[in-house]
Design a protein around this ligand. Structure first.
Ligand code: PA5
Length: 341
């Protein structure tokens, strides 16, 4: 392995401990309960935004207020004194997030910042905004634990979520056992992530989740394949895709043979959605290179989401290795940011 691959594999190996540490960081944050909170907004981009979606999905059944994820310069109109805004940027220098942070301040929202530092960290400290400083040195997308789990602890500390320390502990121990199956030393025929990478190789992965817990994971897999393997991928969600995307699979010719479909499943998927998986699979089989279903593990939704995230993260790094690319650097994003400067 080259240095970037080693670094990415190390970050993956350490994800369980990252999640445990992330809970502690959130518990230590300097926050206090808010009166009459009406919405939670997570503003960030790329690897710093996906944690917002994990929160949105995970908190859906547990929070009395909606969670909205903002991936833009501009915050939604409703943001105001009754909104809690988590401004998240691993580098602390993403211009869209800096703009949204400034807007949140103007609108009188309560803010909590998650970052390694950068301009965002500096601005927040000068403004007296609580900052959760997370460890640097890894790719932002490898830091989902640091960028998501502290938000659960903060919402608990504000009296908005129950104490989730047991759920975090379950997630940590599940990931610790899973990494023994997914690590590079485990050969392909017993390593689910390596098998997936081999199936994706020279094909376009199409990742489908359901509007329960796996929707966000499908999006995560797509992003990880893009950024780590430097390869295209698509994602969509049941039942919506049964009303449009499925029709595209009637396309004649060889094009569809380049697609490899993954259906991410959760034992708690709606029974009608489970039926849709089976019928959709029957319709598609033969048209595409392959269809595989992957079931989430664990009892709590946090563990179930992360079990699937973990498999996809490892698969994306193994795919990078098959393509002979470095999973770490995202030069095209750096170039784009530099050209915008
Ligand atoms: O994972 C990545 O490298 C990107 O998706 C970044 O997260 C994205 O460009 C935003 O940067 P940052 O996370 O530093 O705000």
């Amino acid at each position: 392995y080259n240095a970037d691959t080693k670094g990415m594999l190390k970050a993956l190996w350490e994800l369980p401990e990252q999640c445990a540490r992330a809970w502690e960081l959130g518990m230590a944050a300097d926050v206090s309960p808010l009166d009459d909170l009406r919405q939670v907004v997570v503003t960030g981009l790329g690897g710093s935004a996906i944690g917002g979606d994990l929160l949105r999905v995970y908190a859906a059944q547990r929070l009395d207020v909606p969670v909205v994820v903002n991936r833009d310069y501009v915050l939604p109109e409703f943001v105001g004194p009754h909104t809690l805004v988590f401004a998240v940027s691993y580098s602390g220098n993403t211009e869209e997030t800096l703009s949204a942070y400034a807007q949140a301040r103007e609108k009188g929202a309560s803010l909590v910042v998650l970052t390694t530092g950068g301009k965002l960290g500096e601005m927040a400290r000068n403004d007296g905004v609580p900052v959760i400083t997370v460890p640097g040195g890894i790719a932002p997308r490898s830091a989902t634990g640091y960028l998501f789990i502290p938000t659960l602890a903060v919402l608990y500390r504000m009296g908005l979520l129950p104490d989730l320390s047991h759920e975090v502990a379950e997630c940590v121990s599940l990931l610790q056992s899973m990494r023994e199956e997914l690590k590079p030393e485990v050969p392909r025929d017993s390593n689910q992530a390596k098998m997936l990478a081999a199936s994706f190789h020279n094909r376009i992965p199409v990742i489908w989740g359901s509007s329960g817990t796996t929707e966000v994971v499908a999006q995560r897999w797509k992003g990880q394949i893009n950024e780590n393997a430097k390869a295209p991928a698509c994602w969509n969600v049941f039942p919506e895709l049964n009303h449009n995307e499925l029709v595209g699979f009637e396309f004649p010719g060889e094009l569809l043979r380049r697609l490899y479909v993954v259906i991410l499943r959760d034992p708690q998927d709606h029974p009608r959605v489970q039926k849709r998986f089976a019928i959709t699979r029957e319709i598609m089989e033969g048209a595409v290179a392959g269809v595989v279903e992957i079931m989430a593990r664990g009892s709590d939704a946090l563990a179930r989401m992360y079990s699937l995230v973990y498999i996809g993260d490892y698969a994306s790094v193994y795919l990078a290795m098959l393509y002979g690319v470095d999973p770490g650097p995202v030069r095209v994003i750096d170039t784009l940011k530099a050209r915008l400067a």
